[in-house]
Ligand binder design. Structure first.
Ligand code: ATP
Length: 788
């Protein structure tokens, strides 16, 4: 009913006047955040203002505070930087400046402020809020306002969003813009790699990060760098030079043709002396290398936001408005952050203080504490970098009895991060003294040729940025000939298996585990790293390759929207992959500002299409021409047996009565995305190392020990050697999963039983459900319904 539809707008909150601003250094994704704040605010019945030019605009007031309408933010998702401007403003550091800002806000009747910026901006925001009652009191005392006039403004509602490419805020895994900057860095280092290899050169690349090494660390992992310099792990004075030389030389001896060293702008030695890119270069020159310096500079900030940042900014912008509406005067100002996959709220003040204490810890040379205060992954990623590069000198090898033969197999359609994951697993195995074996061309390759290739450092060294699968992948499952698979497992004395793949990989793991009683050789720990662009592996919210695919789709849709803006009044029905899972479609819809998403989880029917048509007409009615940059409808390939992409386009075109043209666009295999994205490369490394640790733990801690009797169990291998085994029914066959803010290993048997929709080849949990609701808010669908 109309009443129900009206309720969907949820106007139960007290109406607020919300101002949104960006401050400090610009970062890609800020526009997506502003768009989300503006539209969500309007959706909930609030007036939303943009503060132009950061705190400077807050001080100046007047035309710098502009009310935003729904249409004003159309097309902003694809724009880099910040369209409302940003600035550094020294006057805001002064009490009088903040008093002036308070005057301007009260004059406009604004009672809530959403600030998107780095730690400096948020420190200013926090100070402003805590000082607010005093500022208001002063404005009454000096006769600027009457007490009655300021009564509704006794408290300022303040919410912080972290817009910063540095990713330096404590309590959040990533900040708006950080992954875009990382993506840019990796793209550029990839280019440098090609020329460096040609000339057999060493390159020292300086990246941004005055106080934070996140960009340098992640770029180090993602670009396969030899060495990194970051402020939180200060290099030992007078010693780093020899270690750097040793590492680069060792890698050359192993066969590497180039060297890459990433230096954070704020790199330090442990006596707090700055280490510059030139200092590093000079050391490499001493080694006899042809070394060059590249300082990436402001290109790192530029360009449009990657898919990750568009989503992060959108979800956080929506949550910022919800926080504004839910807060009471007693609620401490929140900072909206993210942990793994979950949007969280943290007390703004605490996070800012923690962030600042990192700088203090560095100043006090307490580097261990500094690194601990970074996000949850930082330390782990640092250890991963060290153990796969600096410590690949044999110093981290396990005792001979604990060294394993580890098989690695790719199953199913390729996704972008198969090679980086295999590389990281291999490098980590080699550092630990294990032998990594690539099962060539999937299980059918093994069955047909028996080929298992022992991988060397040199084999995998440059796989960090390769898409596809060097060792080959195949859709066939192990059950095509389980006996033969078992034979080759035994022949190569595998102690553990890493499977990389999507639903086929998932099924293979289940089959291998189910066949343990028949083939005791499968009594080894086995683990699946979900890797598929469909993101349909049960139990997890993320599969490798998804980020690359989403970036490819964002680029693709940006391009076709551009083409539509030239021809005007054009709608594209874009068909995306995902099998029976609507994740990719829903995500793409949200980060490209699609008018509608057709996912397999929803029914496409005539009523839905009719509503889409109304929304399209409404959209075109309000378009001002110049920002008429094409409308998108995203359809998952399996969304309906009847309403094909073509039929949908035809129906909409026919009903548009010539109002607009409709085209279909099918990116097909381009969705695999070529080179893996920086985020996929980093997650690939993280999961690969975690999985090798999982295999080690099951081989050591739990090996052959019967849970009840504590008696060791053995089996005899093909050479007649007695080998301890894991047990069929234990949890040693598992999938590495991320759920909300938690990464864990889930046993395949339980996953299969409780979380799998076998028929539709996906998980039961639709973890992206909220995308649909948020998409409906931001596309204006819910407003339209309420106006019916
Ligand atoms: P980036 O991460 O790019 O450095 P940032 O937000 O940390 O971004 P800053 O230059 O530190 O950038 O701060 C931006 C603005 O925030 C300053 O120009 C100033 O107006 C305000 N600001 C920063 N620190 C304070 C403070 N302690 N008190 C009041 N205002 C501040």
């Amino acid at each position: 009913s109309v009443k129900e539809l009206k309720n969907s707008l949820d106007r139960s909150y007290k109406k607020k006047k919300i101002a949104v601003m960006t401050s400090g250094g610009d970062s890609p994704g800020m526009n997506a955040a502003i768009r989300a704040v503006v539209r969500t605010g309007i959706h909930f019945g609030c007036d939303v203002y943009a503060v132009y030019e950061g705190y400077e605009g807050l001080l100046k007031g007047g035309k710098y505070l502009r009310q935003m309408q729904w249409e004003d933010v159309r097309g902003w998702l694809s724009e880099g930087g910040t369209l409302i401007g940003t600035a550094r403003c020294n006057e805001f550091r002064e009490h009088w400046g903040r008093k002036q800002a308070a005057y301007n806000l009260i004059s406009e009747g604004i009672d809530a402020l959403v600030v998107c910026g780095g730690d400096g901006s948020l420190t200013g925001a926090d100070l402003f809020r805590s000082e607010w009652p005093t500022l208001v009191e002063e404005l009454v005392k000096d006769g600027t306002f009457t007490a009655d006039r300021v009564e509704p403004y006794r408290n300022l509602t303040m919410v912080g969003l972290i817009g910063s490419i540095d990713n330096d805020m404590a309590g959040s895994d990533s900040t708006i813009g950080a992954f875009s900057a990382l993506g840019r860095i990796c793209e550029l280092v990839d280019y440098i790699d090609a020329t460096a290899k040609s000339h057999s050169r060493a390159f020292v690349v300086e990246v941004m990060g005055r106080h934070c090494g996140w960009l340098a660390l992640l770029a180090g992992i993602a670009t396969g760098a030899d060495y990194i310099f970051i402020p939180e792990r200060a290099a030992p004075k007078d010693k780093w030079q020899s270690e750097l030389k040793e590492v680069c030389q060792r890698h050359r001896q192993k066969g590497r043709r180039n060297n890459t060293v990433i230096v954070a702008e704020g790199a330090l030695d442990n006596e707090l002396n700055h280490i510059s890119a030139d200092d590093v270069k000079n050391v490499l020159v001493e080694l006899g290398l042809d070394a060059k310096v590249t300082i990436l500079g402001h290109v790192q900030r530029g360009g449009t936001a990657v898919a990750h940042d568009r989503l992060l900014a959108t979800l956080q912008g929506v949550d910022a408005v919800k926080a504004v509406l839910e807060m009471t005067p007693e609620t401490p100002s929140p900072l909206i952050g993210i942990l793994e996959n979950k949007i969280i709220r943290k007390p703004l003040m605490e996070s800012v203080e923690l962030t600042k204490s990192v700088a203090t810890d560095i100043k006090n040379k307490d580097f261990d504490k500094a690194i601990m205060l970074r996000d949850t992954e930082f330390m782990e990623l640092y250890d991963i970098f060290v153990s796969t590069t600096i410590k690949d000198d044999g110093s981290e090898m396990l005792p001979v009895t604990q060294r394993l033969n580890i098989g690695i197999v790719h199953v199913g359609a390729p996704s972008a991060a198969l090679n980086p994951a295999t590389r990281a697993a291999t490098l980590y195995c080699l550092s630990r003294g294990h032998k990594p074996f690539a099962i060539m061309n999937g299980f059918s390759g093994l069955i047909q040729t028996g080929q298992m290739r022992e991988l060397s450092w040199n084999d995998v060294e440059n796989w960090h940025n390769l898409g596809g699968s060097v060792i080959g992948t195949n859709r066939s499952l192990a059950d095509a000939d389980m006996g033969t698979v078992a034979y080759y497992f035994q022949k190569n004395k595998l102690d553990g298996l890493i499977i990389l793949g999507g639903f086929e990989g998932f099924k293979s793991l289940k089959e291998l585990r189910d066949n343990r009683e028949r083939y005791p050789v499968f009594n080894i720990p086995m683990v699946l790293i979900p890797a598929t662009i469909s993101n349909n592996v049960p139990g997890t919210e993320y599969s490798l390759g998804v980020d690359t695919c989403l970036n490819a789709l964002v680029k693709y849709t940006d391009d076709i929207k551009q083409s539509a803006s030239a021809t005007r009044r054009r709608v594209f029905v874009v068909e995306v992959q995902g099998g029976h899972s609507g994740f990719i479609a829903s995500f793409t819809g949200l980060v490209t500002g699609a008018v509608s998403v057709y996912a397999p989880e929803d029914q496409i029917n005539l009523a839905a299409i009719k509503e889409d048509l109304e929304l399209l007409c409404e959209n075109f009615r309000h378009d001002k021409g110049e920002n008429n940059n094409g409308k998108l409808l995203i359809r998952n390939e399996q969304a309906s047996n009847i309403y094909s992409t073509k039929l949908l386009a035809d129906v909409i075109a026919e009903s548009s009565k010539g109002n607009f043209g409709v085209r279909t666009a099918i990116p097909g295999h381009a969705q695999q995305g070529g080179m893996p994205s920086s985020k996929d490369r980093v997650i690939a490394s993280r999961y690969a190392v975690k999985c090798v640790n999982f295999l080690e733990e099951w081989n050591e801690k739990n090996k052959g020990v019967d849970a009840d009797t504590k008696v060791l169990r053995f089996q005899y291998d093909v050479h007649g050697e007695k080998r301890p085994t894991v047990q069929h029914e234990d949890d040693s066959a598992a999938v590495i999963c991320v759920n909300g803010s938690k990464v864990s290993f889930k046993p395949i048997a339980k996953l299969w039983e409780n979380e799998t929709n076998v028929e539709l080849r996906k998980g039961e949990d639709i973890h992206w459900k909220e995308f649909t609701h948020i998409g409906d808010i931001l596309s204006g669908r819910l407003r339209l319904r309420a106006e019916v």
